[in-house]
Design a protein around this ligand. Structure first.
Ligand code: SPQ
Length: 735
């Protein structure tokens, strides 16, 4: 990028910029500039090869350079601008690394009259407690956030160059205005540093002889780690950002004195609420961070092999969602076992914690829900983020429409593109007020209409368990009867679980009715294994010659067993063993022995009963003799991805004749080859192509598999345990 790069201040940050710029080939020659009292450090930098030459005065240092990085403490910026002014050249790109931006801009304004357009203020959110060039690291900025705060008059060309430069060093660049940058950093970085310094200062003075510190454990070290940072630098940062920092310190003092009062009064309940809220809030911050630092996972499956042995796939996703929802609304304590500890179900769990429900766990599938009763939910302090989970969003829309508070439901990119009018329109007919985007998608802004919803008689235009469940949940808060008529049977977990919680709900033929006259009484829920997760192995064991597996304790609710019926119609051998009923849901062990499959015309009546299993069934069809035709399944186009198009694309890449139609697919069974396919972030597509490897002639590489964690976090381990030769590779990137 640059022939000559000048770094002013070759310490930890400046040295790391130099090392990374050299390593990643961004600068041919790197020049250091420092003060007279920094000469030893500069010599060291030179001897370590971090810089190519150094100077103690700006004139020779900035001569003919293309870019200058100001890596000096923020308190020194005014004097640096003063020294650079006589040599300032509009063609040279200048950026800095200061942790506060208003003070740097004020210094530039003071010296130049206005901030020069070729100066792009920047702040890498990266550092270490160590200082000096010997601590410099090439990877200091790798996968770290960096904020640039351009001004109105900053040249766009300079912004582009600075952005590319920092990205070239491995950072994720965001743009922010100066004020916001300083406010955000005051709260998340400067205040915690002040706290750490102040605490250690206080305890240190009290205890010069180390009697306390020798008993300090991990918690103390974690909390005070940042008090080992460079005190000069942090003094300067705090002084430079005092306008943002002082009000925060005042708020914190008020919070501490509130805690003190609670302690004096022995008010354990209030203390618990503060601690518990803080714990949840921290988890939410971490989730947000993880959500914004996305992981990219690639699966590689080696061809051939067979599946053998026993396995228990994780808990049913649909039932896990509903256990949290109804358990939260129940009176008393609900114990859940077999809960699915995967992102979708955890998003529902977090949403209810955000609405004040105390939920313990999950720990090894066990969750304890301290139900708050039908009217006990509290207004969430923030938007409810539901990740990738359509079920969470659609069911919550119904439940929240009739609450006494407003709420906002958000989700990831895929969920934010999925149709929500199917629930918001009938809810509006009940009197709900829900704003969506113009396209009828999330975020959903719900104005709570407690006591104002009316029942509805709704013939569902599509067979959807989510729409049915959404309206039943709204119906629990509506005046009069809410009745939903289904065009075809869909999963009935909501109805079964309401009955398990003693809430009156009546089903007559294809019509379900509910009203507000009821309450939920806490119950125990044993979540069976998810047949939708089992489906990958039902197909895998059917297509891979020599396979013989048993899948334990799988939910075989008749509204979910379409996959077994379809595979059996194709000639598969699936035995249902040890049938039982647990908590109102039928379960069994499923034994599958490989058999040659034949293509079939899939009966449309089975489509809603196997709706999530089609990605796996398409693989079965690709391995079957003859043609398989699916129709009446247009719903597949609006799942986590367009499952018709994405599966057809992947199958074609693998050499299969797969013709997508508006409402299904025509697949000619054939020989599966290898190749690279894309799951488009859809968990079920990723897992379907993974089991296809069993019949492929060479390796299949599947991109974008991170969302397997939404429904089946231990898929890789379980698939390998049964015999699939599957590897995964991970990389992180910023969304
Ligand atoms: O929750 P989400 O993202 O909608 O999950 C999916 C899945 O494949 O995991 C659909 F993409 O399952 C839905 C299912 O398709 C879960 C569900 C439920 O729990 O009520 C019902 C079905 O959706 P729909 O739209 O047919 O009601």
């Amino acid at each position: 990028m640059f022939e000559k790069l000048c770094i002013i201040g070759v310490g930890l940050i400046g040295g790391s910029v130099a090392r990374a710029a050299r390593e990643y080939g961004l600068a041919d020659k790197i020049i250091g500039l420092g003060r007279q009292d920094d000469v030893e450090n500069l010599r060291l930098a030179l001897s370590m090869g971090v810089i190519d030459e150094f100077h103690l005065t700006p004139g020779p240092a900035v001569q003919e350079v293309d870019c200058i990085v100001l890596a000096a403490p923020v308190g020194a910026m005014r004097s640096i601008f003063d020294q650079l002014k006589p040599y300032w050249n509009d063609k040279v790109i200048v950026t800095d690394v200061g942790s506060t931006k208003a003070s740097v801009i004020a210094a530039a304004n003071h010296v130049f009259g206005s901030v020069p357009p070729n100066f792009v203020p920047a702040h890498p959110i990266a550092g270490a407690e160590k200082s000096g060039v010997e601590a410099a690291q090439t990877g200091l900025f790798l996968h770290k956030r960096l904020i640039i705060t351009p001004l109105e008059n900053t040249s766009q060309q300079a912004v582009n160059v600075v952005q590319s430069f920092w990205q070239g060093l491995g950072a994720y660049v965001s743009v922010m205005d100066v004020e916001r940058h300083d406010a955000v950093l005051a709260a998340t970085s400067h205040l915690p540093h002040v706290l750490a310094y102040a605490l250690v200062d206080m305890l240190g003075h009290q205890d010069e002889k180390n009697a306390i510190f020798q008993f300090a454990a991990g918690g103390f070290k974690d909390f005070t780690r940042i008090a080992s940072s460079d005190p000069t630098m942090w003094r300067d940062i705090c002084l430079a950002n005092k306008n943002q920092l002082v009000p925060l310190l005042q708020q914190l003092k008020a919070e501490l004195s509130h805690v003190e009062d609670l302690l004096q009064a022995g008010d354990g309940q209030q203390l618990f609420e503060i601690f518990n809220y803080a714990r949840r809030a921290r988890q939410r911050f971490l989730n947000l961070y993880e959500g914004s630092m996305s992981k990219s996972i690639t699966f590689t499956v080696q061809p051939g092999g067979k599946l053998q042995g026993e396995a228990r796939v994780p808990g049913d996703k649909s039932i896990s969602h509903r256990s949290i929802m109804l358990g939260s609304l129940a009176e008393g304590i609900t114990q859940v076992t077999g809960f699915l500890e995967a992102e979708d179900a955890l998003a529902t769990l977090q949403a209810f914690r955000d609405m004040g429900v105390v939920i313990e766990g999950p720990h090894e599938g066990k969750v304890t829900i301290h139900g708050v009763g039908k009217h006990g939910l509290k207004a969430p302090k923030n938007d409810l983020y539901l990740g990738n989970s359509g079920t969470s969003m659609r069911l919550l829309a119904g439940l929240l429409a009739g609450q006494a508070f407003d709420s906002v439901l958000t989700g990831d990119k895929s969920l934010s593109g999925r149709p929500m009018k199917r629930v918001t329109e009938p809810l509006a007919a009940m009197g709900a007020s829900i704003e969506t985007s113009q396209q009828g998608t999330a975020p959903l802004r719900i104005t709570g209409k407690a006591g104002q919803l009316s029942g509805l008689d709704y013939p569902m235009p599509i067979a959807s368990a989510q729409v049915k469940s959404c309206l039943l949940l709204a119906g629990m808060y509506a005046k009069g009867e809410t009745c939903v008529t289904e065009p075809a049977p869909t999963r009935d977990h909501t109805e079964r679980m309401l009955t398990g919680f003693a809430y009156p709900v009546s089903t007559q033929a294809n019509r379900v009715s509910i009203n507000a006259d009821g309450k939920l009484t806490a119950a125990s829920i044993d979540v069976p294994s998810d047949i939708s997760s089992a489906a990958f192995f039902l197909v895998g064991a059917s297509i891979a010659e020599g396979s013989d597996i048993v899948l334990k304790h799988v939910g075989i609710n008749p509204t979910r067993t379409g996959v077994i019926d379809i595979l059996r119609l194709m000639g598969a051998h699936i035995e249902i063993l040890n049938s039982d009923i647990v908590g109102g849901e039928p379960v069994a062990d499923l034994r599958v022995i490989s058999r040659p499959l034949n293509g079939i015309d899939i009966p449309e009546a089975l489509v809603p009963l196997a709706i999530d299993e089609f990605p796996a069934l398409f693989i079965a069809a690709a391995c079957a003799q003859g043609q398989t035709r699916l129709s009446g399944a247009e719903e597949l186009r609006v799942k986590e991805s367009d499952r018709i198009q994405v599966m057809a694309d992947g199958l074609q890449t693998l050499g299969i004749n797969a013709l997508p139609t508006p409402d299904g697919m025509i697949i000619q069974g054939g020989k599966l080859g290898g190749g690279e396919v894309f799951s488009h972030g859809d968990h079920r597509i990723a897992m379907a192509f993974a089991v296809a490897g069993l019949k492929a002639s060479s390796a299949i590489v599947i991109h974008d598999c991170a969302n397997v964690n939404t429904s089946f976090p231990n898929f890789k381990e379980l698939a390998r345990h049964l015999g699939l030769s599957l590897e995964s590779h991970e990389a992180s990137f910023s969304k």
